[in-house]
Design a protein around this ligand. Structure first.
Ligand code: RUB
Length: 275
């Protein structure tokens, strides 16, 4: 199998997952094999990931030259998000998170590097258990983790001081699309006055939503949930959900810490290709 096909396979089978990692892998794949067919193939792998689409659109005219620019964007943005986000964490805090997000991980690592003492509470994130990736990664750098089943999230959140989550997409109305369960947890955070921060690279913004395009929600295979369900049982396996901007305290991006509407203004001014 050639290197391009290998990257495609890894995105498809979720070996490479999480919006930013998928986008970076797609950029690397285009640097190996450019052209319209490669672009179509890459976008078809996770069609509901605007970061992948934006990154591919940014580099497609000249992947060899623009690929490194895109990859550098992500590296620099990751550093800034980690730096801004770490400022919200104070000694003795409990941070809650769901699923696995590169940008949330970056913030927690930076806070730990600065010597802040805090605990992480997280959910396992059924059905693919990305919460275990989060728990392993954080425990390995010495952060104390309490790991909960998804349905115990209310219990975990009640004790938390902050809720951090990533984003797969941000729409023009300031809605954030992230792993299924995120809005439910944001509602709970709101009820207990716990600040809920979306931590994301601004290339997750989907410019198509300006024209009334409804960001689709990825519906994944039934077998991920139940291998052989009985007859008359239909499995609903939605991967993501939309989070109402009213429930989002701020979006922490490389542009700074902004309310969802100011974030959108910033994205459009800073990145004209996303208008
Ligand atoms: C991952 C998920 C993450 C976002 C953001 O879902 O919902 O929160 O992708 O991640 P999946 P990042 O495992 O289905 O891809 O901050 O790494 O871009």
């Amino acid at each position: 199998m050639d290197k391009f096909a290998e990257i495609c396979k890894k995105i498809k089978n979720m070996e490479i997952r999480g919006a930013e990692e998928v986008a970076k892998a797609a950029v690397r794949a285009l640097m190996i094999k450019s052209g319209e067919n490669s672009v179509k193939k890459l976008v078809s792998l996770r069609p509901t990931e605007p970061c992948l689409v934006n990154a591919v659109n940014f580099v497609k005219s000249d992947p060899k030259r623009l690929g490194p620019v895109a990859l550098n964007h992500f590296t620099e943005a990751d550093k800034k998000i980690a730096e801004y986000g770490a400022k919200t964490i104070e000694d003795g805090m409990i941070v809650f998170t769901h699923c696995h997000s590169t940008n949330v991980m970056g913030i927690l690592k930076e806070a730990k590097r600065q010597g802040k003492k805090f605990e992480l509470h997280n959910t396992e994130t059924r059905p693919l258990l990305q919460g275990r990736i989060t728990a392993k990664e954080m425990a390995s750098i010495g952060i104390k983790v309490k790991h909960y089943v998804d349905s115990a999230a209310r219990f975990a959140l009640k004790k938390a001081d902050l809720f951090f989550f990533g984003a797969d997409a941000v729409t023009t109305e300031g809605k954030v699309i992230n792993k299924i369960g995120t809005e439910m947890f944001a509602e709970i955070a709101d009820k207990y006055d716990i600040p809920a921060y979306c931590c994301t690279d601004s290339w997750k913004y989907d410019p198509k939503t300006v024209f009334g395009f409804m960001e689709p929600i990825e519906s994944r295979g039934a077998k991920e949930v139940w291998d052989k369900p009985p007859k008359n049982v239909e499995i609903v396996n939605l991967a993501f959900e939309r989070v109402d901007p009213k429930l989002i305290t701020a979006i922490i991006s490389e542009l700074g810490v902004y309310s969802p509407d100011l974030f959108l203004d910033g994205v459009k001014t800073t990145y004209p290709f996303l208008r």
